[in-house]
Design a protein around this ligand. Structure first.
Ligand SMILES: NC(=O)c1ccc[n+]([C@@H]2O[C@H](COP(=O)([O-])OP(=O)(O)OC[C@H]3O[C@@H](n4cnc5c(N)ncnc54)[C@H](O)[C@@H]3O)[C@@H](O)[C@H]2O)c1
Ligand SMILES: [Zn+2]
Length: 471
C-alpha cells in the first residue's frame, strides 16, 4: 500500500478507500461477466489493475486531493486528478469546444491548442496587454512555440476605454502584417477587455479565424469567456458593436487569480453570485460556501489545503451553468422570457448599467455595480410580493461576502431612472426587469409592472450598505 501510495502521490487512507470502491465494483463486474458468458472470473494483468485503480481513485479523491509537490513525470497524472473540463455545445450551429480549468494550466496551452486546432494551424497571434503579458506572457509564448506555433504578439492598452474601434483597427492591421491565414489562430490572454476585443477581431478578420481564450480575471473566467459574445464600445454606448464568435478552446489557469487586485476579485464574485441567484440555487450556495470558508482573495483560496481544487471546481460549475444557458439561447432571443433564457443573466444589470453611466464609468468596476443592481432588483421583487424577505437577506449576505463595494447611496434615484431608459437591453423603450421569485429562480417582468414609487424605494434601500462594507 505504501508503495502504491508513493507511486500515485495519494495519501494512503484515500488510496485504501479507492481500492475498496474499486474492488467492490470489480466484484459486481465479475459476477455480471460470468453470468453473461458462463466463463470463470476475470483476472487483471498488473497494468490494467493500475489503470483501473487510478481511474477509480481519480473519481473518489478529486474533490479533496490537492497535490502539493509534483515532479514533471507526475504532472500528467495529477492533471487527470485535478483538471476540470466543461464541454460546451451550441447545437443550433453544431459547435462544440472544451473549457479546461486547473492551476498551472497556462504552461500547457501549446498542447491543448494543437489538439483543439489540429496540425493545420501555423501561426498564433497573441493579444494581451503589458500588465498581463509581463505576468504570464513568457510561459504562454514558450508553450505555444514548443507545440510548433509561429507566435507574434500585439499588446493593446489596458482599460475599458481601449475596447474601441481604434484598437480593433490596430489588431486587424497587426494580423494582416503578420500574414495570419484562415487556418491560424488568435489567442486572447487577459481579462474581459482583451477577450472581447480579440474575439471580435478574430470574428471579423478574413470573415472569421479560430480564437482561443486564456482569461486571467475571475470575471472573465466565469462569465466573459463563456458564451461567445465579443465586441467593442463606441461613442453610442458600451458593447454596441460586436459578433457572436465561439472560441475553439478556453483555458483557465486559476493561479492567475493570485495577482488579481482585491476589487477585481470582488467584481468577479458579484457576477458569480448573480449567476447562482438568477438560475441555480445550488451554484449560489456553493459559491457562498467557498467565499465564507476562504475569503474573497484568491491567494487564500489557493493556499488553503484542498481549496485549490474547490476553486477550480466552483469556476467549472459556473462555466457549466453559463454554457447550459447559452447552448439553449445563444443569441438572447428577443421573444424569449422564460427561466432558461439568456436574459436571466442580466439580473442586476439594469441598475448596474445606470450606476456605471451616471458615474462616467469611473466609480465602479462593472461587477461591483452588479452587486448593487442585484439588491435593487431583489427589493423590487420583494415589493411586488414575489420574493420573501428572508431570501432577500440571504442575497444581501452573499453580496457582502464578495467584499466591500464603493459607496452608492449618494446617487440620485431620478438620475438613475433617467439612465435606465437609455439602456440597450430595453425592448420597444420598455425596461425588462429580471427579478427573483426566490434565490436561484428569476422571472422577467415588464417595466410597466414596476411603478416609479416602488422603483425609487427599491433604489433607496438597495443602494445602502453599512459604512464598513464600502470602500
Ligand atoms: N463577452 C461577454 O459575455 C462579457 C461578459 C461580461 C463582461 N464582459 C466584458 O468584460 C470586460 C470586463 O472584464 P474584466 O472585469 O476582466 O476587466 P479587465 O479586462 O479590464 O481586467 C481588469 C484589470 O485587471 C488586469 N488583469 C487582468 N488579469 C490580471 C491578473 N491575472 N493579475 C493582475 N491583473 C490582471 C487588467 O489588465 C485590468 O487592468 C468589460 O468590457 C465587459 O463588457 C464581456
Ligand atoms: Zn455583467
Amino acid at each position: 500500500m505504501a508503495e502504491l501510495s508513493a507511486q500515485f502521490q495519494i495519501r494512503e487512507s484515500l488510496l485504501r478507500k479507492a481500492l475498496f470502491v474499486f474492488n467492490r465494483s470489480d466484484e459486481r463486474g465479475k459476477e455480471q461477466q460470468s453470468k453473461k458468458s458462463g466463463s470463470g472470473p476475470r483476472t487483471h494483468c498488473a497494468e490494467t489493475f493500475t489503470t483501473k485503480v487510478w481511474s477509480t481513485a481519480t473519481k473518489i479523491v478529486r474533490p479533496w486531493y490537492c497535490p502539493q509537490v509534483l515532479d514533471v513525470q507526475d504532472t500528467a497524472r495529477c492533471r487527470v486528478l485535478t483538471m476540470q473540463r466543461v464541454t460546451v455545445r451550441v447545437p443550433a450551429r453544431e459547435i462544440k469546444f472544451e473549457i479546461r480549468i486547473d492551476s498551472g494550466l497556462i504552461s500547457e496551452i501549446g498542447e491543448a491548442a494543437r489538439k483543439a486546432l489540429g496540425p493545420g494551424a501555423r501561426r498564433a497571434a497573441l493579444i494581451s496587454n503589458r500588465k498581463v503579458f509581463d505576468l504570464f506572457g513568457e510561459k504562454v509564448l514558450r508553450a505555444l512555440r514548443s507545440s510548433g506555433f509561429d507566435v507574434s504578439v500585439w499588446l493593446m492598452k489596458d482599460g475599458e476605454q481601449h475596447k474601441s474601434m481604434r484598437s480593433l483597427e490596430q489588431a486587424l492591421t497587426f494580423f494582416s502584417k503578420e500574414g495570419l491565414e484562415r487556418n491560424d489562430v488568435v489567442v486572447a490572454l487577459g481579462g474581459g477587455v482583451v477577450g472581447d476585443l480579440a474575439g471580435f477581431a478574430a470574428a471579423t478578420y478574413l470573415r472569421g479565424v479560430a480564437f482561443i481564450q486564456v482569461p486571467t480575471t475571475l470575471l472573465a473566467q466565469i462569465d466573459a469567456s463563456v458564451g461567445g459574445k465579443t465586441g467593442i464600445n463606441t461613442a453610442a454606448g458600451k458593447n454596441l458593436v460586436g459578433a457572436f464568435q465561439q472560441p475553439r478552446l478556453v483555458l483557465i489557469d486559476t493561479d492567475t487569480l493570485q495577482t488579481l487586485p482585491q476589487r477585481e476579485l470582488t467584481a468577479g464574485w458579484c457576477e458569480a453570485i448573480k449567476q447562482g441567484a438568477a438560475g441555480d440555487r445550488k451554484l449560489f450556495d456553493r459559491t457562498v460556501r467557498l467565499l465564507r470558508s476562504a475569503g474573497t482573495h484568491a491567494s487564500n483560496v489557493q493556499h488553503a489545503r484542498g481549496m485549490r481544487i474547490n476553486l477550480a471546481a466552483t469556476i467549472a460549475a459556473h462555466c457549466r451553468f453559463k454554457a447550459a444557458i447559452v447552448s439553449g439561447d445563444e443569441r438572447e432571443a428577443i421573444d424569449r422570457s422564460d427561466r432558461r433564457s439568456r436574459k436571466i443573466l442580466n439580473f442586476g444589470h439594469t441598475t448596474a448599467h445606470a450606476l456605471e453611466a451616471v458615474t462616467n464609468y469611473r466609480r465602479f468596476r462593472h461587477g461591483e455595480a452588479v452587486g448593487y443592481g442585484m439588491m435593487v432588483a431583489a427589493e423590487i421583487s420583494k415589493s411586488l410580493g414575489m420574493l420573501k424577505p428572508d431570501e432577500l437577506e440571504l442575497l444581501r449576505g452573499a453580496v457582502r461576502a464578495c467584499g466591500p463595494l464603493p459607496q452608492a447611496d449618494d446617487i440620485e434615484s431620478d438620475e438613475l431612472i433617467g439612465a435606465m431608459k437609455g439602456d440597450k437591453k430595453s425592448v420597444g423603450g420598455q425596461i425588462k426587469w429580471v427579478l427573483l421569485e426566490a434565490v436561484g429562480r428569476a422571472r422577467i417582468v415588464d417595466g410597466r409592472e414596476v411603478n416609479r414609487r416602488a422603483l425609487r424605494k427599491a433604489l433607496h434601500d438597495g443602494l445602502q450598505m453599512d459604512v464598513k462594507e464600502t470602500i
